[in-house]
Design a protein around this ligand. Structure first.
Ligand SMILES: CC(C)(COP(=O)(O)OP(=O)(O)OC[C@H]1O[C@@H](n2cnc3c(N)ncnc32)[C@H](O)[C@@H]1OP(=O)(O)O)[C@@H](O)C(=O)NCCC(=O)NCCS
Length: 225
């Protein structure tokens, strides 16, 4: 899966995957430890530590060492000046992706498990009719497709949030699956396009389904640089 995730991300995006078995070797900078509240559960502590370890490894691929990744006002990770990135984690795995800002204006990545039982009612809240129709086209793949849509929207949120728009709802985008590229193209709805700052169309969210995991990535090219 590690290799597949790395090859899914765009050129120039450095990726690190950390698994739970590597957790024992993981450690946090003192500044990062302070982000964890005294009430953090074991699960939260483990996931946060794996995520920060992945971030550290991804930064090291650019030769950046000893950089504690702190968090911003909306819980987003803070990267060194000139770099952008994203973190996602689950109990067994964390992934971080980092790139140079002159190449990408922002990145969003997300990891989900297809085995998670999410009620259909929830998908009605996050999907627009065309997406629901696509997911329901294939009965056996329905729940996987819903998870692909959900994950892609989480990646979009992480990439657009703050950097390109201050507020975005699940139904402000429509995802269109392209079989050949194994990716979603993104249509903006509800006037979102007008609210987006410094963003060129089209956006593409790449998607990997491997075993019970779904991984998505949106890296937005920087045309301003
Ligand atoms: C923030 C959010 C995307 C996190 O996703 P998640 O599936 O719960 O968790 P993940 O493991 O994938 O990601 C967690 C990491 O995301 C990062 N993150 C948190 N808030 C973020 C934000 N506002 N922007 C970018 N990254 C953020 C953090 O690094 C966090 O890990 P940490 O707390 O250990 O530092 C999710 O909680 C959320 O708010 N979703 C709303 C999405 C939405 O509204 N979409 C509509 C747009 S189409």
């Amino acid at each position: 899966m590690d290799q597949q995730i790395s090859s899914l991300c765009m050129p120039g995006v450095n990726v690190s995957v950390v698994s739970a078995s590597q957790r024992a070797e993981s450690c946090l900078y003192p500044e990062e430890k302070q982000i964890l509240t005294a009430f953090a559960t074991r699960k939260r502590t483990g996931e946060f530590t794996m995520g920060r370890t992945a971030a550290r490894n991804a930064l090291a691929q650019f030769g950046i060492t000893r950089f504690p990744v702190l968090k911003g006002r909306r819980r987003e990770p803070i990267w060194p000046a000139g770099y952008v990135g994203s973190i996602t984690h689950k109990t067994k795995m964390a992934v971080a992706a980092v790139a140079r800002e002159r190449q990408y204006s922002s990145i969003g990545i997300d990891l989900e498990y297809t085995s998670e039982d999410i009620p259909f009612e929830m998908f009605k809240k996050i999907c627009v009719p065309a997406e629901i129709q696509w997911a329901k086209q294939c009965e056996t793949l329905k729940s996987v497709r819903f998870m692909m849509l959900f994950s892609a929207k989480e990646s979009i949120y992480k990439a657009l949030n703050l950097k390109h728009v201050s507020r975005i709802g699940f139904k402000d985008v429509q995802l269109n699956w392209i079989d050949e590229t194994h990716a979603f193209t993104v249509d903006f709805l509800n006037g979102l396009e007008k609210r987006l700052d410094r963003l060129d169309h089209p956006l593409t969210v790449t998607c990997l389904v491997s075993g019970r995991s779904v991984f998505t990535c949106l890296a937005i090219e920087n045309h301003d640089a």
